[in-house]
Ligand binder design. Structure first.
Ligand code: NAD
Length: 372
């Protein structure tokens, strides 16, 4: 059995797809357990973009049981050398931004995790899909809904999965709050508040360059309040209103929002009131109010531990590094067809992008924008 496992680990994605049913048949014959079979299906990941978050994901993946860092895509040869040495990455699994389409000929990589500036996600993800590899892409998936939809379509056409790095969708205390809401313990949901903000430093960074970021705080962290409102309330908004404040137009030039307050209305009548800012520190709070109970989380989306309390007492599920859990769960989604409690697929990403588009339109027009 061991040699079969080794063979499977080395097999290409397409070979894997062919091999799994026959292995399943064999397992029945040889009494192989489901868990032994699962051991075979390790998600072999190449990270694209070896920056701050890429480094965090690489470190966290060291503790993942079903995902392993096996490759890199980078424009900086010195970083590639460091990562090769640190993570034992073979030379043949190292690519740059010019040649990474060749990954299609590399059977030892299953998925590429795109962790580059926002405006690059679309083109890079589509190239990965065309190379026949699953795409994991950081949030925001793109810089508008149209681009996000093109990514969804390209991945569908290529027959690969597209997953967005929504790590909070796997966080235990967040899932407990969602369980409470679903069970009816909170009663009728009326109100959500989401606050997302920090004071951004270096004015020359890509986050403050609209060509690379596609927007300011909203794209970067406001998206947490949007996404959080949706999973905490369990509904999709039908309208948005939004107001922008800009105190430093030099640092926050055209196309870079400094502070936006926005409101969302939901079919049930629930409303969300949110703040997204690059000008205030330490804002990371969710509050959900229902007719029978409430949940408050602060911090609510940071790297953890998440600090939550409810009308019944504290949320005390243990902290596990978010990206470690996320990568294990993504392996299960890709290989076992696992359906997560809160989706992380491309369509989920597009939903957030549509709301961001609508918020930008509401800021520009000063009017309520309906979402279809
Ligand atoms: P970063 O600046 O630290 O890293 C970006 C990487 O992209 C760098 O290695 C850089 O060299 C590379 N890159 C490739 N082409 C580039 C170009 N043309 N210009 C600039 N850099 C280029 O940024 P980061 O904080 O790692 O963010 C990367 C992505 O990850 C963003 O989409 C961000 O929103 C997302 N992110 C997600 C989380 C999360 O918790 N899910 C946290 C942080 C960042």
């Amino acid at each position: 059995m061991k040699s079969r496992r080794v063979f499977l680990q080395k097999a290409s994605l397409s070979a894997l797809a062919i091999s799994i049913p026959s292995i399943a048949a064999l397992s029945a014959k040889n009494n192989l357990t489901e868990s032994i079979l699962k051991e075979d299906k390790i998600l072999r990941v190449a990270i694209m973009g070896l920056g701050s978050y890429g480094t965090r994901v690489a470190e966290a993946m060291q503790d993942s049981k079903r995902a392993k860092l096996v490759g890199v895509i980078s424009g900086t040869p010195s970083k590639v050398e460091t990562w090769k040495a640190k993570y034992g990455i073979p030379a043949e699994n190292c690519y740059n931004y010019e040649n990474f389409d060749d990954i299609k000929n590399n059977p030892s990589i299953d998925a590429v995790y795109v962790i580059t500036p926002n405006a690059l996600h679309k083109e890079q993800s589509i190239r990965v899909a065309k190379a026949g590899k699953h795409v994991i892409c950081e949030k925001p998936m793109a810089i508008n809904a149209k681009d996000g939809q093109e990514m969804v379509d390209a991945c569908k056409a290529a027959g690969v999965k597209l997953l967005i790095g929504y790590r909070m969708h796997f966080e235990a205390n967040t899932l407990e709050a969602i369980r409470m809401r679903k069970s009816g313990e909170l009663g009728e949901l009326k109100f959500f508040q989401g606050l997302s903000g920090f004071v951004i430093g270096d004015p020359t960074q890509w986050r403050l360059n609209p060509a690379l970021s596609g927007g300011g705080a909203m794209m970067d962290i406001g998206i947490y309040s949007i996404n959080g409102a949706r999973y905490m309330l369990g509904e999709e908004p039908i309208w948005v209103t939004a107001q922008e404040t800009k105190t430093d137009p030099v640092k926050f030039k055209d196309g870079i929002d400094e502070t936006i307050q926005f409101q969302m209305g939901f079919p049930s009548g629930a409303v969300a009131s949110c703040l997204s800012t690059y000008a205030m520190n330490g804002l990371d709070k969710f509050f959900l109010n229902g007719s029978k109970g409430w949940v408050e989380m602060q911090p609510s989306t940071g790297y953890g531990p998440i600090n939550g309390k409810t009308n019944k007492g504290p949320l005390e599920l243990p902290h596990v590094t978010h990206q470690t859990v996320q990568m294990d769960e993504m392996a299960a989604i890709i290989f076992d067809g696992k359906v997560p409690e809160v989706p992380v697929n491309g369509e989920e990403g597009v939903r957030d992008m549509k709301i961001i588009d609508a918020i930008f339109k509401a800021v520009k027009t000063g009017k309520k924008v309906m979402l279809s």
